[in-house]
Write a protein that binds this ligand. Structure first.
Ligand SMILES: Cc1ncc(COP(=O)(O)O)c(C=O)c1O
Length: 457
């Protein structure tokens, strides 16, 4: 891989071909695990960020995963499917029951459980977000959202953000803004304008005060909406998974501008809806309701792939074309898993737990920042926390090597998480995590940071 390419890719996620990964594997992976990994490589196509794989899993329960050699890790990544914890018994029982009743629903038919599921989701969503379609994954659901916006507005252009991710299909990498998915792939969808994300921590131009920075970009979106005049939709996560947490004002400006220029606002909440941010839906933190809301990942209770595109009732105008048409679109198993997951979240007050434990954890991470110059910023909402590592707080130079080392050292101490943008420790635990487990994880991460700082000194 050309040097320039590899360093660019490294600034997005923790790539799977790094020296530090190899070193961690050399020190931790036993003979039998290595044989399984070799076999995996023998049959799976190589791709960045996953195959070849890091390690082999044997089991996953609650907030924890266990590898083939019996080591346990608190999973602060979990692909964000693990709101209700891995192997959640309510979800598993619901799926087993459903398997015995109706395991698949042929197109042209509906079924009671899928309607019950949709009704439950509609009872939780804000505004008039009451009509939906299910899809087998987040990318497909975003794809439906884009198509619906095209039909509703009679336009095709979109505005989305650099550094964003909305799925790995061709249309979703077109609106996405990460090189690791876009580079060298060839022509992408046309009409996909990109704007800088509202990241006050990493401003690429030294203009304006940090707090004015995001407002500048909200106004830039308004400017494009006016100049182009025919944008179908602005599509973004309300809070980027990195995470950046924009102000309410940012989204309120964008919401008003969309209304003024006839564009729809689509929020992709695939990784963080259903409680992670201390609200059922992330947009509720910003007092802004989108025209279309897309959710997924944990919607299937961590066992079944299902996503939903949920539109304002007034957008139900595309009956003449097939918007989704996915084989598993009225999935009985997905609905059973999802309904059980939502009921579990309600029964165990996980939304509230996420808010309270999130506030506690964010405070602890901020205190950690006072002790460690390597930490340049801490941010997040609920159980969605980012710790950004910098070489120097003044210059904000990214500490990518150090972040990778902290990640592998934390892994050896029993905490698994991923990096985003190369230098952000991204912490998204299961919502069933206890305060004691959170303390264990934050202490392990702090120990790892101390070790790396001492090594640097
Ligand atoms: C913000 C966002 N949108 C979309 C997706 C794609 O979801 P899926 O992998 O289910 O296609 C992801 C997955 O990581 C995501 O984080």
């Amino acid at each position: 891989m050309p040097e320039k390419m590899s360093s660019q890719l490294k600034l997005e996620g923790d790539i799977n071909i790094s020296e530090k990964r190899k070193q961690w594997q050399d020190e931790n992976i036993g003979k039998e695990t290595a044989e399984i990994l070799d076999e995996d490589s023998r049959y799976f196509i190589k791709q960045s960020l996953s195959s070849p794989c890091l390690n082999v899993l044997k089991s996953a329960k609650g907030a924890w995963i266990e590898d083939y050699e019996g080591r346990k890790y608190l999973d602060f990544h979990g692909n964000n499917v693990h709101q209700v914890g891995f192997g959640n018994q309510d979800v598993i029982n619901a799926v087993k029951k459903q398997l015995n009743e109706l395991s698949f629903c042929t197109r042209r038919y509906t079924n009671k459980i899928v309607i019950e599921f949709a009704k439950k989701i509609a009872s939780l969503t804000p505004g008039n977000l009451n009509k939906m379609l299910f899809a087998p994954g987040g990318a497909e659901a975003n794809s439906i959202a884009i198509k619906l916006a095209r039909i509703v507005t009679g336009r095709y252009k979109t505005i989305s953000m650099w550094d964003s991710f909305h799925g790995a299909t061709l249309d979703t990498i077109s609106i996405g803004g990460e090189a690791v998915f876009r580079k060298g792939i060839g022509p992408l969808s046309s009409g996909t304008e990109h704007v800088p994300p509202p990241d006050i921590h990493r401003r690429f131009m030294d203009i304006g005060k940090p707090e004015e920075w995001e407002i500048l970009w909200a106004k830039y979106i308004e400017y494009i909406l006016e100049k182009e005049g025919d944008i179908a939709a602005v599509i973004s996560e309300p809070m980027r998974s990195t995470p950046y947490v924009p102000s309410k004002e940012y989204w309120q400006i964008v919401r008003k501008a969309c209304d003024k220029y006839g564009a729809l606002l689509i929020f992709d909440e695939i990784p963080h809806a259903l409680g992670r941010t201390g609200q059922w839906f992330t947009c509720q933190n910003f007092d802004v309701t989108p025209d279309i809301l897309v959710i997924g990942k944990g919607l299937g209770g961590g066992v079944f792939p299902i996503a939903a595109v949920i539109a304002d009732e007034k957008l139900d105008v595309a009956g003449h074309i097939a918007l989704g048409h996915f084989t598993h679109e009225k999935s009985t198993l997905g609905a059973a898993a999802g309904l059980a997951a939502i009921n579990y979240i309600e029964k165990n007050k996980l939304v509230e737990h996420s808010r309270i434990l999130g506030e506690y954890s964010l405070k602890k991470a901020n205190e950690m920042m006072e002790r460690h110059p390597l930490i340049g910023a801490v941010r997040g909402i609920g159980l969605f926390i980012g710790i950004e590592l910098v070489k120097n707080r003044e210059t904000r130079e990214i500490a990518a090597e150090e972040a990778e080392e902290v990640m592998y050292r934390s892994l050896s101490k029993g905490v698994s998480f991923k990096l985003t943008m190369g230098n952000i420790l991204t912490l998204t635990p299961s919502l069933v995590i206890t305060k004691k487990e959170m303390d264990f994880a934050l202490n392990a991460i702090e120990e790892a940071i101390t070790e790396v700082e001492n090594k640097m000194a």
